[in-house]
Structures are given as structure tokens and as C-alpha cells.
Design a binder for this molecule. Structure first.
Ligand code: PRX
Length: 636
């Protein structure tokens, strides 16, 4: 018997030890007992972290939608699969059953197939948090097509870059989206993006806001009439376990975004298993993850993990502040949510508001509270524990990444003791190690280092789309033989992990991963800008905010700094999206550089954080004198 569901700490340790002693056997048992395969694998795992090449369940055949939909029809056809809560609380929630979801997915798969989408084709999805978003992912998967979801807050340029990088031939979008009081015209953004995407022949447009949009003859079609006309059933296309399921872009510290490729079999097994255990999900529960499906959290823990377990997964279209700051808690009460999964930035934002927004709602349905996306600070942890969980619901601080596909380090609620700010223990099958700067593994407890993983797990991303060398270089060269996470961590006296944050030039703002290089590229496009450097600095709600140091060309001197700031932020909004806007912009005469010309961000970070007491040795800089100037200017 496999240990699919861990129920106490002793059992966790037994399972963990087993999973590490013989990972192949461990995952094979789980895969065999809990999923539907059309053909079993020839080999559970083959791997080599130097090439790197990782294959799980090689030779197996399946379709993930048969696991997420078809197989539930016998036992849970009328159970709610997706519980859609609209932006406007006056609009009725939709309870979409497994039977209905199955039908909607089949209809959309038929529509996509009619438009030439087949196995292996890439489809870009640019939709707000409406049911069609989940349906689109599954419709692609039904056909063996590869979805590439782009978060619908990204700009036209960011969208076209992602569409072109993986050669999507079709885009699924909507007329617009609702975010609180705002209505956003998404179709115009898509139209602008598609001007630069010659490979896209079709865009299918879902109607949500009913706003006026322009439809390009021969390219754009309304989705609904096509769905109505489509057949309500479609057999699933059977794929190999190692066939790609999706591509999802994430920022790197340099260069363009990385299209992380996740494959089918291992991803399914791992997300389903971790969903069951990290959330202690039980059949009657209502589970809610507040993330957007545009991020990995939504892929793994709104769509695939929950549905593979036959769960009820809430999808919320709106924002936590609309119509007031009690919206999350109102929804918890209304739908009797048992597991609630959100980001530290949302907790901090809500903690700032009047506590009555929380207290006026009965939250007694809650059993597990989760956080993800960045380190949670102690104050936010306690606020969450006391006010939302009433000290009765364990908080799972789940550490993981777009690249890892699923939760890697997290307490198992009701088993692992929780400690504020600690992600605690690895999930079964996960073998974390801490490395020192010289590349040696740090043994023992009460140590701090860089977090790496020394053995593959089923949902690790297999490559970066179109650039395997970058994949190798980014994740497998820092500590040969290990996957490097880019995070720092410490292991306490009893072996619990605490993630301390990124050790590279990725900055996490409101839980969103932002690389400094693409932001600097956008700033540098401004005709008056000579050079720029972006760093993070602590922010009460966002965790980090962005601070830009900008040097101007001669043509920029004498221009109104406020106007320049506005123009720079507009460029960033156009190129990347509003999430990457700079909170502060300091114009300066020069940037501190090493003799080889590398900008010393470490120093700029300290100045931005007002932590200038110990700047370290600056004498080896090419231009040490600029440091004082920048400090003086920053205070001015
Ligand atoms: O730095 C870590 C941070 O978020 C990074 C991954 O970001 P992304 O790929 O966008 O995925 C976010 C959702 C899975 C990590 O390298 N991070 C994520 N969760 C935590 C965290 N940092 C500390 N504690 C966490 N629980």
C-alpha cells in the first residue's frame, strides 16, 4: 500500500524515510494506486543532473484530463468541481459540477481542434479568473496541446514576447476583465500584441464584460457561439508521460523570461499528492486558493492538484478589497471554505485594515491556512494565525517555485509543528541540501546556506522552452549534481528549514517574481536615460518594492524629474506591466561599478534600504566616490 495520505508526524517520518531510501519505489506505488494510466511505464525514473535530463514514468501513456475529469464521473459527477465566485458579490456564484466541467472541456477541445490545434501545438491563454480559464487549460490538455498561460495583468509587449517565444498559433482571450471597481479592456492589449505575432492565425474571444471590442475579420471569433455549436464529448488524446503539458514563463535575473516546460505524468502525480497532504484535503472539503491561474500556484493548486483529487476548488475573479476589505472572509463564510491558501502580501494588506472586516464573518469552517510566494514575516504570520485561524488552523508556509511544479517544503498540517516564518520540513521525496559559497554541502543543523535539491522529484521542470543550455546553466551549474533554487535558507537546531530569500537578482514584489534585467532594459529605452540599476528595498505590504537608480544622458539633464519618472514608469508598464513599476526613482551622476564594469547592486540595495552603516569594502570599486554622492542624493 502506498502512503498517499499522511495523518501524523510519526507517519510523516516513516514515509519520508521510505521516500528517500527508494524514491522510485515510493513514487511508483503512489502512481500505480491513485491514477488512471492507459499504459504503465517501462521505467520509473532516469536522470542525469549534468546534461540535465530527467524522465519520470517513461513509456507510460495517459491523459491528465481523464484523471481530473472522466474518472470522477462514476463517483462524483454531481459534485462541484469549480466554484466560481465573481468579482461582483451581487452576481451569483457558479457551482460547476464534474459532469458540467467535463462537458465544457470537451466542447472547448472540439472548438480548438476545429481551429487546427493538435497534439504538441502551443496555445496561449490570456484570460481573467473566469471559469473559461480553467476550461481552456484542460481543453488544451485534452488534445495533448501545450498551454502557455500569460497572466492577464501583463502588457502587450510581454504578451507578444511570450507568444512568439514558444510559437503559439492560437490565443484564447476575453473582451475584458473585472478587478474590483475597474473594468479592463483586455482585447485591445491582445490586438496590440498580435500586431507583432505573425504566427497567430486565430484568437478566440470569451465575452465577459460586454464592452465594445474590435474583431479582426478572419482572425478573431467569439468563443461562445463556437462552444454552443460544438459536440459535448471528445475522447482524450493519449500522450506520453514525458510529453509537455504546459509552458509557464518566469523571470530570470538576466535576459528574457524563461519558458519553463512541465511534462504530464510526473507533474500530475506530484501536484495531486502534495495537494492531498499539504492541505489534508478530504472529500467534503471546499478548498480555496486565491492565486491567479496565470501563476504556477494556480496551475498546480487551483486546477490540476485539486481536480486530480476530485476536490471542490474555488476560483475568485475579484480582489480582496472589493467591495470592502472583508471580501475574502465573506467568501470563506459563504462557501464554507475549509482550506484557504494565499500570499503574505495579501495578508499584510488586510492586516492594515480594521479588524472588524475579519471579525464580522464566521470563519469556523477553516481547517488549514496556507501561504506561498515569499517569506512570510513574523507579524503577518501571527495576525493570520490569531485573527483568521483563531489559533485553531495550522498555517502551512509552503516553499516552492514555478520550476519545481509543486510544493517542496511545507508543514503537513496537524502533523508537523508549525513555527512562524518556517517552511519546516521537506515533502516526501524531496531531498534539500544547503551549500556553502565554495560549493560544499553544509552538514548538520543550525546552519545557513544556499538551498539546493539533490535528487529529482516528479514535477521538476524538464527544460526551458527552446533553450536547454540556459536551463542547465541556470539550475545545474552552481552546484554540480544538484538543482540550485536561487534561494538562501537556514536549518535550525532540529532540522526545520526557513527560507531567507533570493540570493540572485530576482526581486519578489507582492509575491511576483521580477528579474532586474528586463526592468532595466525597459528603463534604458527612454531616450534620456544612459544607464540604470534596479534593486529591491523592504516594503510594509509588498514585501519588497523596486528602487531604480538612473543616470541621464546630457539630453535628459535639466528636464523635469517628475515628468521623467512618470515616463520611465510608463515604459515599464508598457513593456512588462504595472507590477514592475518603480516605487522610487533616484537620478544620479553615476553607478558604483567593479573594475570589470559590473554594477555593485549590493551597495545600491543597502542605500535603498537605508542600511548604510556597513557598506563593506568599497575601495576596490572603479569609482568609489559615487557611493557617497548617491547616499547624499538619496537623503536629499
Ligand atoms: O524566493 C522563493 C519565493 O518565491 C520564489 C519562486 O517564485 P515563483 O516561481 O514565482 O513561484 C511562486 C509560487 C510557488 C522562490 O524561489 N518563495 C515562494 N514561496 C516561498 C518563497 N519564499 C519564502 N517562503 C515561501 N513559502
Amino acid at each position: 500500500m502506498s502512503n498517499y495520505h499522511i495523518k501524523h508526524l510519526e507517519e510523516y517520518w516513516q514515509v519520508y524515510r521510505k521516500s528517500v531510501r527508494n524514491p522510485e519505489m515510493f513514487w511508483e506505488e503512489i502512481a500505480e494506486e491513485h491514477f488512471l494510466w492507459r499504459k504503465k511505464w517501462d521505467k520509473v525514473l532516469s536522470w542525469d543532473f549534468s546534461t540535465p535530463e530527467i524522465k519520470w514514468f517513461e513509456g507510460a501513456k495517459l491523459n491528465i484530463t481523464e484523471n481530473c475529469l472522466d474518472r470522477h464521473l462514476a463517483t462524483r459527477a454531481d459534485k462541484t468541481a469549480i466554484l466560481f465566485e465573481p468579482n461582483d458579490p451581487g452576481e451569483a456564484a457558479q457551482h460547476i459540477t464534474y459532469r458540467q466541467l467535463h462537458e465544457r472541456v470537451c466542447r472547448m477541445a472540439n472548438v480548438l481542434a476545429d481551429h487546427g490545434v493538435g497534439k504538441g501545438d502551443r496555445v496561449c491563454i490570456y484570460l481573467p479568473m473566469i471559469p473559461e480559464l480553467a476550461v481552456s487549460l484542460l481543453a488544451c490538455a485534452r488534445l495533448g496541446a501545450v498551454h502557455s498561460v500569460v497572466f492577464a495583468g501583463f502588457s502587450a509587449t510581454a504578451l507578444s514576447t511570450r507568444i512568439n517565444d514558444c510559437d503559439c498559433k492560437l490565443v484564447i482571450c476575453s473582451d475584458g476583465s473585472y478587478r474590483g471597481k475597474k473594468t479592463i479592456d483586455l482585447k485591445t492589449i491582445v490586438d496590440e500584441a498580435l500586431e507583432d505575432c505573425p504566427g497567430v492565425g486565430t484568437s478566440l474571444v470569451v465575452r465577459r464584460t460586454g464592452g465594445k471590442v474590435s474583431m479582426q475579420e478572419g482572425r478573431d471569433r467569439w468563443m461562445q457561439s463556437l462552444l454552443d455549436a460544438a459536440e459535448p464529448d471528445r475522447p482524450a488524446t493519449i500522450v506520453d508521460a514525458e510529453d509537455p503539458l504546459f509552458i509557464l514563463y518566469t523571470s530570470g535575473s538576466t535576459g528574457k523570461p524563461k519558458g519553463m516546460v512541465h511534462t504530464t505524468g510526473g507533474y500530475m502525480v506530484y501536484t495531486a499528492y502534495t495537494f492531498k497532504n499539504a492541505f489534508q484535503y478530504r472529500e467534503e472539503d471546499v478548498y480555496w486558493c486565491t492565486a491567479d491561474i496565470g501563476w504556477i500556484t494556480g496551475h498546480s493548486y487551483i486546477v490540476y492538484g485539486p481536480l486530480a483529487n476530485g476536490a471542490t476548488s474555488v476560483m475568485f475573479e475579484g480582489v480582496p478589497s472589493y467591495p470592502d476589505y472583508g471580501r475574502f472572509w465573506e467568501i470563506v463564510k459563504k462557501h464554507q471554505v475549509s482550506q484557504f491558501y494565499t500570499a503574505p502580501t495579501a495578508i499584510r494588506a488586510l492586516a492594515k485594515e480594521n479588524i472588524d472586516f475579519v471579525n464580522k464573518h464566521d470563519l469556523s469552517s477553516l481547517k488549514v491556512l496556507g501561504t506561498v510566494g515569499e517569506p512570510i514575516n513574523e507579524e503577518a504570520w501571527h495576525w493570520y494565525n490569531e485573527n483568521v485561524g483563531k489559533k485553531n488552523s495550522p498555517i502551512i508556509d509552503t516553499w516552492w517555485q514555478t520550476e519545481t511544479g509543486g510544493i517542496m517544503i511545507s508543514p503537513i498540517p496537524y502533523s508537523t509543528p508549525t513555527i512562524p516564518t518556517f517552511a519546516t520540513l521537506p515533502m516526501p521525496g524531496i531531498q534539500p541540501v544547503l551549500m556553502d559559497e565554495s560549493g560544499q554541502e553544509i552538514q548538520g543543523n543550525s546552519v545557513e546556506g544556499r538551498l539546493a535539491i539533490k535528487f529529482p522529484w516528479p514535477s521538476i521542470a524538464r527544460t526551458i522552452y527552446g533553450n536547454h543550455e540556459r536551463y542547465r546553466e541556470t539550475y545545474f551549474t552552481a552546484y554540480p549534481g544538484n538543482y540550485f533554487t536561487g534561494d538562501g535558507a537556514l536549518r535550525d537546531t532540529v532540522g526545520y528549514y526557513r527560507i531567507t530569500g533570493r540570493v540572485d537578482d530576482v526581486i519578489i514584489v507582492s509575491g511576483h517574481n521580477l528579474g532586474t534585467a528586463p526592468i532595466e532594459d525597459a528603463i534604458n529605452e527612454h531616450p534620456a536615460v544612459a544607464e540604470s540599476a534596479v534593486v529591491g528595498f523592504p516594503h510594509d505590504i509588498k514585501g519588497n518594492a523596486l528602487y531604480g537608480y538612473v543616470t541621464l544622458k546630457e539630453t535628459g539633464e535639466g528636464r523635469d524629474p517628475e515628468n521623467l519618472r512618470r515616463e520611465i514608469n510608463q515604459l515599464i508598464t508598457d513593456r512588462i506591466g504595472p507590477i514592475a513599476k518603480l516605487q522610487k526613482i533616484q537620478f544620479t551622476g553615476g553607478l558604483p561599478k567593479t573594475r570589470s564594469g559590473k554594477i555593485m547592486r549590493r551597495i545600491l540595495r543597502k542605500i535603498a534600504s537605508k542600511d548604510t552603516a556597513n557598506l563593506g569594502d568599497i575601495s576596490t570599486l572603479l569609482n568609489p566616490e559615487v557611493v557617497q554622492t548617491i547616499m547624499d542624493e538619496s537623503l536629499a
